[in-house]
Design a protein around this ligand. Structure first.
Ligand SMILES: Nc1ncnc2c1ncn2[C@@H]1O[C@H](COP(=O)(O)OP(=O)(O)OP(=O)(O)O)[C@@H](O)[C@H]1O
Ligand SMILES: [Mg+2]
Length: 202
């Protein structure tokens, strides 16, 4: 299956999600191929850091699109690479859309759905979920954003949320997935719930 993690907005957690899901799949001994189609190359940088630190399992990241599908392929995209974005969407079996809890992000997701319709050659499964969820107990934005995403109709809104947590930033600076950094943390539980929602138990 080819999975693209994307949306039109910057900084919503695409590379963070690809990195953490890729490491989760590697720990499950899944044969994966991971692509970084973003000129910013964040994913390639974190994979290089992980390799320099000698952390196992080793994550290999490449930048040219696949000719044949692996057991699981994960693609990180960047909107400044339009050609790569369209090529990835054309091949996607599954598209995961991390959305921050705000109206602007709902609008941007709506536009992204239009781009997906234009670019897709298959009929991909579309998942959206809230990343950087507000952890304040009285915050309404998470639920409101999920409700607005459901109204868009075309995608499955996962009940999983990844909260706004420092450990997700540390994941990049240390080259480790959140469940490697702190296995019993809330972030680890959230990431595993996301992985299981997308890939099942493996
Ligand atoms: N749930 C979270 N909690 C806290 N920080 C987060 C979370 N998700 C992502 N971040 C941080 O937000 C920043 C942007 O994340 P990331 O680079 O994954 O987004 P992106 O969508 O790939 O960005 P770009 O569009 O620039 O490629 C990073 O510093 C990352 O560590
Ligand atoms: Mg990125």
């Amino acid at each position: 299956m080819i999975t693209v993690v994307g949306n039109l907005k910057g900084g919503t957690g695409k590379s963070t999600i690809v990195f953490n899901l890729a490491i989760w799949l590697l720990h499950k001994s899944t044969r994966i191929k991971v692509y970084d189609l973003d000129p910013q190359a964040t994913l390639s940088d974190v994979a290089e850091l992980r390799s320099e630190e000698g952390f196992k399992p080793f994550l290999s990241v490449t930048c040219c699109l696949p000719e044949h599908s692996f057991e699981e392929t994960l693609i990180d995209i960047g909107v400044s690479n339009t050609e790569g974005l369209y090529a990835a969407l054309a091949q996607a079996d599954r598209i995961i859309i991390p959305v921050s809890p705000s109206q602007a992000d709902v609008w941007s997701t709506q536009r992204f759905l239009h781009v997906i319709r234009t670019a897709s050659k298959k009929t991909p499964i579309l998942y959206a979920f809230i990343n950087r969820a507000d952890t304040h107990p009285t915050a309404l934005e998470n639920a409101e954003t999920e409700a607005a995403l459901r109204q868009l109709g075309e995608l499955e809104v996962l009940s999983v949320r990844l909260a706004q947590r420092v450990i997700f930033r540390r994941s990049f600076s240390e080259g480790l997935a959140v469940f490697e950094l702190e296995p019993s943390s809330k972030a680890s539980q959230e990431l595993m719930a996301l992985a299981k929602a997308v890939y099942g138990e493996k």
